[in-house]
Ligand binder design. Structure first.
Ligand code: NAD
Length: 542
């Protein structure tokens, strides 16, 4: 029994290692990468309750930049495993939900410290190997963002619990933040190790139990996440990781009466499908499931004629091509005023042509491979389409080769048609499309930006003119959930820029913020009267 009102440690952002040449961190991480590359192939089980479950259906894992190499296999399950995972979660629920919150906080704070220390290189190396992130991209995702999610969410949890209603004389009002009555289904994307872990950890921290289905191309780091949580002392059954076909999992989970919530990040089409599934089964559930989804984007950079061309070009080159454009926030359309075009083009093409592309083992490679063959073929298909059109031109990149790894050159397209297909659709690869507008049409261009795509995730305005910035902020109020002034539209940091978009980009519950954690609790209001009345007659009755 705890007789204290605890204060949690104040969260601060995890410092980002530079991995500059000559640093011991660089040497240690690259040697960890090599050790994991050269070790015997690993076998990733499902984690169901206290069991590590293997099956005869083994699926191969390979580095996207070196796809002939086998890193190991993961074990594919069936509908039976989905039932088992739900049962294990529900069996763990009562004890976990009733554990004093300080213990939950301590587990996730310990996980953060383990990740900042002994697990850092393993988590980063797994993300470099199997998701093809370079050292820096792995560090800001798999290490720093995940550490920040864990530490800041503990702080937000305690702030939520502290939030209490007012009182009148003779009455004490309280709010209790109960976990949801059932289990949470976490469905996660391939592109961020931190998102995969956070989509499970955030509801679990608030006292919920979770069935987690990671993306198949993130299985290597998914196992490290489970190892980390176990090492931190997370009890069995709180987070159950299953690797099954999405629709097979959905068929069991969306018909289950105890489904209490969906925590999803991935594409818009899949999220809409899952939402419909929940809607179609709504009579079956004990409660209305909470639905939280962060989905696709068609993120923009708008340059005003007052902008510096080098700043515009760099916002595009970094914003569009880091992690091969496979960030939901990646800049994939840009609007450049005619007067800045010649200079911006020169700098941008020079920057992009200087990128080195190759394996993540060599930290001097800025660009690595796209995630898998399906993504490669889809992106290559877009590039082929662009080459056939009269109203668009590729000014740099445009080649691709999947003989060794799924490599696609960073590709810059210029179109004369502001509604050109690649100005509207999410490609999720290293392709950015630019539209050059007449300087006098800045305001009309903002309307165009607002109306061109169904998404509203991130976007930026590059300008030295404060009136232009103000106009862009107003006109683009609903075009982005994360809006940047004089910066690239990527790289949100937990605790600083809560992340999420609206329209087709998601429910905007802001990952890594108290807003998100609130979705995983159901408040109970308690009113206590110290001296209850003993007569029904009110004074007005005379
Ligand atoms: P995806 O939609 O293909 O897959 C996401 C997850 O859904 C995977 O685990 C997948 O196996 C699962 N899934 C697919 N069909 C399913 C079904 N019928 N039932 C149950 N589960 C199913 O997305 P992805 O390719 O892994 O990730 C890229 C997408 O994620 C992009 O659209 C990107 O914009 C988006 N994303 C958004 C954010 C954000 O915060 N807004 C962050 C990262 C990624």
């Amino acid at each position: 029994m705890s007789n204290s009102i605890s204060k949690v440690p104040v969260a601060v952002n995890e410092p980002v290692n530079s991995y500059a040449p000559g640093t011991p961190q660089r040497e240690a991480l690259i040697s960890q990468y090599k050790a994991m590359y050269n070790q015997e192939p690993i076998d990733v089980p499902m984690y169901i309750g206290s069991e590590k479950v293997t099956t005869n259906d083994k699926r191969r894992m390979a580095p996207p930049h070196d796809h002939k190499k086998t890193l190991g296999h993961f074990n594919y399950g069936t509908a039976d495993h989905v039932h088992q995972a739900i049962d294990a979660a529900m069996a763990a629920r009562s004890e976990w939900a009733n554990l004093p919150w300080e213990h939950r906080a301590a587990i996730f704070l310990r996980a953060a410290d383990l990740l900042a220390g002994p697990y850092r290189n393993k988590m980063n190396a797994a993300t470099m190997l199997a998701q093809s992130k370079n050292v820096f991209q792995a560090e800001i995702d798999a290490a720093c963002e995940l550490i920040d999610f864990l530490r800041f969410n503990v702080q937000y949890m305690s702030e939520i619990y502290r939030e209490q209603p007012g009182n009148q004389p003779g009455i004490w009002n309280r709010l209790e933040y109960r976990p949801l009555e059932g289990f949470i289904f976490a469905v996660t994307p391939f592109n961020f190790t931190a998102i995969a872990a956070n989509l499970c950890a955030a509801p679990a921290m608030m006292g919920n139990v979770v069935v987690w289905k990671p993306a198949e191309s993130q299985m290597y780091s998914a196992q490290v996440i489970m190892e980390l949580f176990q090492a931190a002392g997370l009890p069995d059954g709180v987070i159950n990781m299953i690797t099954v076909d999405g629709p097979v999992a959905g068929d069991v989970i969306f018909k289950h009466k105890d489904l209490a919530g969906l925590h999803f990040t991935g594409s818009t089409g899949v999220f809409r499908h899952l939402w419909k599934e929940i809607g179609n089964n709504i009579e079956k559930y004990r409660s209305y499931p909470r639905i939280v989804g962060e989905t696709g984007g068609k993120d923009f950079v708008v340059a005003h004629p007052s902008a510096a061309p080098a700043e515009v070009a760099t916002a595009i080159s970094r914003g569009a091509f880091e992690f091969q454009g496979q960030k939901c926030s990646a800049a994939s359309r840009a609007y450049i005023p005619q007067s800045l075009w010649a200079e911006t083009k020169k700098i941008l093409v020079e920057q992009v042509n200087s990128f080195k592309m190759g394996s993540t083992e060599d930290p001097s490679n800025f660009v690595n491979a796209v995630i898998d063959e399906r993504a490669f073929d889809k992106i290559a298909g877009y590039i082929d389409y662009i080459k056939e059109q009269n109203d668009a031109e590729i000014i740099c990149g445009g080649n691709y080769d999947k003989s060794v790894g799924y490599f696609i050159e960073p590709t810059v397209v210029v179109t004369t048609n502001p509604k050109f297909r690649t100005m509207c659709e999410e490609i999720f690869g290293p392709v950015v499309t630019l539209y050059v507008y007449p300087d006098a049409e800045f305001e009309a261009t903002l309307d165009l930006v607002d109306q061109t795509s169904e998404y509203a995730l991130t976007g930026s305005i590059i300008s030295k003119d404060r009136y232009a910035i103000n106009l862009a902020m107003k006109k683009l109020e609903n075009a982005a959930g994360n809006f940047y002034i004089n910066d690239k539209p990527t790289g949100a940091v937990v605790g600083q820029q809560p992340f999420g978009g609206a329209r087709g980009s998601g429910t905007n519950d802001k990952a890594g913020a108290a807003m998100n954690l609130m979705r995983w609790v159901s408040a109970r209001t308690i009113k206590e009267t110290f001296i209850p009345p003993t007569d029904y007659r009110y004074p007005f009755l005379g």
